[in-house]
Design a protein around this ligand. Sequence first.
Ligand SMILES: Cc1ncc(COP(=O)(O)O)c(C=O)c1O
Length: 383
Amino acid sequence: MKRTFIPFNKPYVSGREALYVQQVLASGTLSGDGVFTQKCHGFFEQKYGFNKVLLTSSCSDALEMSAILIDTKAGDEIIIPSYTFVSTANAFLLRGAKIIFADSEVDTPNLDVSKIEGLITSKTKAIVCVHYAGIACDLDQLLYLCEKYHLYLIEDAALSIDSYFRGKPLGSFGHLAAFSFHETKNITSGEGGMLVVNEKKFIERAEIIRDKGTNRSKYTRGEIAKYGWVDIGSSFLPSHLTAAVLFAQIEQLETIQQQRKKLWQRYYSGLKSLHDQGFIRLPQLPEYSYNNAHIFYLVCKNETIRTELIATLSKNNIGASFHYSSLHTSVYFAARHDGRALPNSDLYTNCLVRLPMFFELNLEDIDAICQVITNYFIDTSKN
Ligand SMILES: Cc1ncc(COP(=O)(O)O)c(C=O)c1O
C-alpha cells in the first residue's frame, strides 16, 4: 500500500494567526507599521540584540534596501556566492553593479572565504554572504577581509533565523542583514522579510527608503509636523495583516525550533551509515556554527544518482527537491560571467537533495524516508 504523501514543505500554523488577523481587520487600519509590526520589531531586537530591525515584504526587498543603503552604483563590484537564490544578485544588479561570483567550499555550500581575497579589486564595494541552510559562513575571515579592504559585509540571512556563529546570532555580523519569512522558512508570514541595520549611520535612511523615500516614520512618531519626499525609495513595508501572522509564529519560535532540531537529528542518525559507507555526504557543521534545522540536505556522488534518488522518493510518495542552480551558468548571467570555473557551486547545483522538513513531520515519517533512501543505495550497489 502506498503511504500518504509526505510533502517537501508544509507551512507551520500556530492557530493564533486568524485571531490576530481578525484584530487587525477590526482595528480599521490595515496598512504598514501598526501594533503587530512594532511587536515583531521588539521581539527580534530584544531576542537577538539586533540594533534596529525593519519588517519588509520579502528578503528580496531587504536586499534591495541594502543595495540602496550602501549607495551601490555602476562600476561597483559586489562579491556573492554563485550558489544562491537570484535575489542575492538581483538586488545589486538593479543598482547597476557588476556581480563577481565566488565558489562554494568543498565541505559546505557556503562561500569559500579562502578564495575571496583574489577577487577583491579597487572597485569592490561589498561582500554578500549566504549562510546556507542556516549554517554560518566563516565570519571571522569575512570580517577580517571586510575590515582590511574597507568593504561592506551584508548577510543574506534568508535561511538563518535563530542561528548562531560562536554563540552570536546570525544577522548581527554584517553592516546589514536580510531575513526571509517566505512560507518555506522556519517561521513565516506567507511572503515576508526583515532588514537588520547594525550600522547606526544607516538607520534613519533605512526607514526612509522603506517608506517610498519619505520621512513618514518621523512624522508618525511626532518628530516632525509634516512628511514629504526626501530620498529615493520604494514600498518595502508589509501590511499589518502580514505582521499579525508573523507575530503568531514568533510566539511559538522555541517550540518550532525544538521540534525541527529533533527531526534534523533523526535524519542525521538515520542516514549516518550511508554517509560512513561513502554513498552520500551529510551536512557538515563547522565548529563555529550552530544548526537552526532549516534544511536537511544530502549530497549525492553525481547528478544521475541525484535524479534517480529524487524520482525514487517521488515514487514512494515523498517530496524531495534540489535547490539553487549556479547563477554564473544561468540563462541571464552566463554571457556576463568572466569565465572562471566554480566547480563546488556546480557540485551543489547538480548533487544536493533537500528532504522534507516541516514542523508537522514526525519521527516515523523520517524513519520511512531514511528507509527508502537506504533501500535505493543498497539496491543500486547490488546491480
Ligand atoms: C539565499 C536567499 N536569499 C534571498 C531569498 C529571497 O527571499 P524572499 O522570497 O523572502 O524574497 C531566498 C529565498 O529563499 C534565498 O534562499
